[in-house]
Design a protein around this ligand. Structure first.
Ligand SMILES: [Zn+2]
Length: 209
């Protein structure tokens, strides 16, 4: 955002498949805000525990302290009036309410940076990210690199089929694939509602579709 008058808030969305550097990009923007001495608060869903409970960590190991929330409404309760920048990572796990939460925060004059997967392991739009894209002022779509052929990769390929292995972001279960190499039916499960959700989140309603 080049020109922003007064205390106007807005919504920035960072999307892309796994391994595209979304968390890294979010960390970069949040660090720059901190350097500018802005008050920053960072949230992520409590179910994303792949590296640390109270940190956003990118695949490359960059970390920044964050607050784990069980649902989107908790973010509104926890954001302090003086906070200027709000980061929300892995927003696809927070359900449709996160759209209203982001809208309210932006209307309060805050810069909201929200990241997440825009498609699931079958290549389908992954709500609520498409709705966030529609209402955002600024959109960044990142691509990964296809592990098969080296082309830009838009898809998250799921590799495993066992229901025992439905966990968030574990290594070796997913890889980045381009449009040509993507196999949407490779890990098809008969009764699984949502590919990226941990069992606890599915039981709670989560972002299951
Ligand atoms: Zn490829």
């Amino acid at each position: 955002m080049d020109i922003v008058k007064g205390n106007m808030g807005w919504i920035e969305v960072i999307v892309g498949p796994m391994f595209s550097g979304k968390s890294e990009e979010m960390i970069r923007r949040l660090r720059r805000a901190e350097i500018a001495r802005q008050r920053v608060q960072i949230f992520k869903p409590a179910i994303d525990e792949r590296y640390a409970a109270n940190e956003i960590v990118s695949h490359s190991g960059l970390g920044i302290p964050s607050d784990a929330v069980a649902k989107a409404a908790e973010i509104l309760e926890k954001v302090q009036p003086r906070t200027e920048v709000v980061g929300i990572d892995e927003a696809q796990f927070l359900g449709d309410d996160v759209v209203d939460v982001c809208t309210k925060l932006a209307n309060l004059g805050k810069r909201v940076i929200v990241g997440g997967l825009d498609t699931d392991y079958r290549g389908r739009p992954f709500e609520p990210m498409p709705r966030l894209l529609a209402i955002a002022e600024e959109i960044t779509k990142l691509l990964a690199i296809c592990v098969r052929c080296g082309n830009p990769a838009v898809h998250t390929q799921r590799l495993v089929e066992s229901e025992e292995l439905i966990v968030v972001g574990a290594g070796g279960m997913y890889e980045a694939r381009c449009r040509r190499c993507f196999e949407p039916n490779l890990a098809q499960l008969s009764k699984e509602p949502s590919p990226f959700l941990a069992p606890s989140a599915r039981a709670a309603g989560g972002a299951a579709k």
